[in-house]
Design a protein around this ligand. Structure first.
Ligand SMILES: [Ca+2]
Ligand SMILES: [Ca+2]
Length: 256
């Protein structure tokens, strides 16, 4: 009897503690609101709209700028020594050109290509197109790469408001994606590039936030890596092969 009464009291105390926790626990912070821009077919107007939403171009100006955007189009003469090879430097766009972007991949390298990757596989000349003439880009031995941000011209981690990417030859829905990560490594969300609407095959996907909260983006290109004997799903193959062209992102601001 006595023991039963004690247990009942203990249960009431435990319930009271639970109830008290519920009242005092702060509500979870709201998820940051993303603004998503997509286009396929004639994407030029939407790409310009996205550029303007980030502000004026800061080109390759070294040092953190207060506002504006950066853009990589792969076409500059400075990249010529690396064209059509498999060793494009991962930090080219914050050392040679000071645009605040560095790349990593689980593949074996990166390729900046002026031939629509025809030297990898002649069939690719019919698959891929550029948005900005005429070089396009892909990781080697993987269909995934990460972009990290640094203060322009410095090895200092940075965060950006967002990023937009032009993709070539998206055939399958929800396979070509941009996933964004905060400084603490948590995912802010994953978004899919639209399937191409015409033979020219370009798609655009851009994601921005009100504040610079993006420390890293993971870019997944279709369902497999390019290869000499690998054909696209639209050319008798089993994989959706996708490459990328212009990357447009908010000015990288020093991360704290
Ligand atoms: Ca280009
Ligand atoms: Ca494809």
């Amino acid at each position: 009897m006595h023991i039963t009464r004690l247990m009942a009291v203990a249960a009431i105390v435990a319930l009271a503690a639970c109830s008290s926790d519920k009242v005092t626990a702060p509500p979870p912070p709201p998820a940051p609101q993303a603004t998503v821009t997509t286009a396929t077919g004639d994407i030029a107007a939407k790409v310009d709209e996205f550029r303007n939403s980030l502000g004026a171009s800061n080109g390759g100006t070294a040092g953190e700028q207060a506002t504006g955007r950066r853009e990589i189009n792969w076409d500059g003469a400075g990249a010529n020594p690396f064209d059509n090879r498999n060793d494009f430097p991962a930090d080219f766009f914050n050392t040679n050109v000071k645009s605040g972007a560095v790349f990593t991949t689980d593949g074996t390298g990166f390729r900046n290509d002026s031939t629509d990757f025809a030297e990898v596989n002649p069939a690719y000349a019919q698959q891929f197109n550029f948005f900005s003439a005429k070089k396009i880009f892909a990781p080697v031995g993987s269909n995934q790469l990460d972009q990290l941000f640094e203060v322009a011209g410095q090895p200092t981690p940075a965060v950006t408001r967002g990023i937009g990417i032009v993709f070539s030859d998206v055939d399958l829905a929800d396979k070509t994606t941009i996933q964004l990560f905060a400084q603490d490594g948590s995912s802010l969300g994953s978004y899919s590039a639209p399937v191409r609407s015409d033979a020219a095959g370009l798609s655009f996907l851009g994601i921005t936030y009100a504040d610079a909260i993006v420390a890293r983006v993971r870019i997944t290109l279709g369902t497999g890596a390019l290869g000499a004997n690998v054909n696209d799903v639209s050319a008798g193959g089993t994989l959706d092969l996708v490459v990328l062209d212009n990357m447009i992102y908010g000015e990288p601001h020093k991360a704290f």
